[in-house]
Ligand binder design. Structure first.
Ligand SMILES: NC(=O)c1ccc[n+]([C@@H]2O[C@H](COP(=O)([O-])OP(=O)(O)OC[C@H]3O[C@@H](n4cnc5c(N)ncnc54)[C@H](O)[C@@H]3O)[C@@H](O)[C@H]2O)c1
Length: 335
């Protein structure tokens, strides 16, 4: 992993998401100061980090020396000011509330080095509103991870109206350096990219069950043993590029009309109700007898294994040779 451009990092909020960020930064070699307003949450976050290091050791993924080094890079801070001391990058993971985040942004802004950047884990809120009225709004940016961020690398990056474009560039660079996979959004939209796409698919999954077309097991199997096998390593456009011999243009020309007809048929108005949720709950419980905790542990092991496979055979990035240089006639014309 490349040496990160920000060595000193603060993690503010150590709930479900913040605690995983500790592992992301410590793994990358950063010094991490951690703070949570609730001392019990802070202690629980540190315990989670310790146990995760233990699990990694037990699975042979890191050596004792590495686990010790990561643990020693992290300090639980006694106050917000203590956590922000010397920080060059701050990852905020406070509850999803505009009021809480905006108040915290004022406090953080007043205490933090003027050059430091603040990334927010917000899942759905617009940075323009979150940083409203904050004197240093230019250094606040959305850096929305996917749960759990130490295993799933995508981070959605989005500027607020006042965010400095240099802050965006530095954030993207840093996230890449620490092994995350930043994706840039050009404007705010409800659900950002990932949750919006997930919502489109879940809407259809729930509707197929609610309308009696298929049961929960059939829907999940279609993803698990169908679409998901490709989607673990290529997106919908990458899939289109391989689903016709001449790539995405041919695929969408050939099947565009069929997609449009399906899109018209997807205009579902299904709403959740207690009976539907119970029906889905019972069916998902029947799919596996394991406890939820065991299922989560299995999920995390599978994500790690899939990432190892992907790292061994990475994305083919080279453009086709014929497109590397413009044709000679065209380049002569330009001169
Ligand atoms: N949970 C997810 O799946 C998920 C995924 C991606 C992003 N996010 C986003 O990450 C953020 C955090 O979500 P979470 O699920 O970790 O929430 P959480 O409730 O588990 O954790 C929030 C933590 O913030 C602490 N806190 C509250 N007010 C504080 C303050 N003023 N100063 C310091 N600490 C304070 C709480 O004690 C708690 O430990 C939210 O913006 C959420 O939308 C969540």
């Amino acid at each position: 992993m490349k040496k990160p451009s920000f060595k000193n990092v603060a993690v503010i909020g150590t709930g479900v998401i913040g605690r995983c960020w500790i592992q992301v930064f410590a793994r990358a070699g950063c010094r991490v100061r951690v703070f949570d307003a609730n001392p019990e949450s802070l202690a629980a976050g540190m315990t989670w980090f310790k146990n995760d290091l233990k699990d990694l050791r037990q699975r042979g993924q890191i050596k004792k020396k590495e686990a010790k080094a990561r643990w020693e890079r992290v300090t639980a801070a006694e106050s917000l000011a203590d956590a922000l001391e010397g920080a060059q990058y701050v990852q905020e993971s406070l509850p999803e509330s505009q009021e809480i985040k905006n108040r915290a942004f004022h406090e953080i802004d007043a205490l933090l080095d003027p050059k430091a950047i603040v990334g927010s884990s917000t899942s759905a809120m617009d940075m323009t509103l979150l940083a409203h009225g904050v004197p240093g709004a230019r250094r606040f940016i959305t850096a929305h991870p996917v749960n759990p961020p130490h295993l799933i690398p995508v981070v959605e990056v989005l500027k607020g109206a006042e965010t400095d474009p240099k802050v965006e560039a530095k954030t993207i660079k840093f996230l890449k350096e620490i092994g995350q996979s930043p994706v840039v959004m050009h404007r705010f939209v409800t659900g950002f990219i990932l949750n919006r796409m997930q919502a489109a698919l879940v809407r259809e999954a729930v509707d197929l069950v609610a309308s009696g077309v298929a049961d929960v097991e059939a829907v999940d199997t279609s993803i698990r043993d169908g679409l998901g096998l490709r989607w673990a390593f290529m997106g919908p456009f990458g899939v289109a590029n391989t689903n016709a011999d001449q790539g995405a243009r041919q695929y969408f020309t050939r099947y565009g009309k069929a997609y449009e007809e399906m899109w018209d048929a997807l205009n579902t108005k299904t709403r959740f109700n207690p009976e539907l949720i119970e029906q889905i709950g019972q069916a998902t419980d029947r799919m596996t007898g394991a406890s939820y905790e065991k299922q989560r542990q299995w999920r995390d092991r599978m994500i790690s294994a899939i990432r190892a496979v992907k790292a061994a055979d990475p994305l083919l990035r080279d453009p086709p040779k014929r497109r590397r240089k413009p044709p000679k006639a065209a380049s002569r014309k330009k001169k």
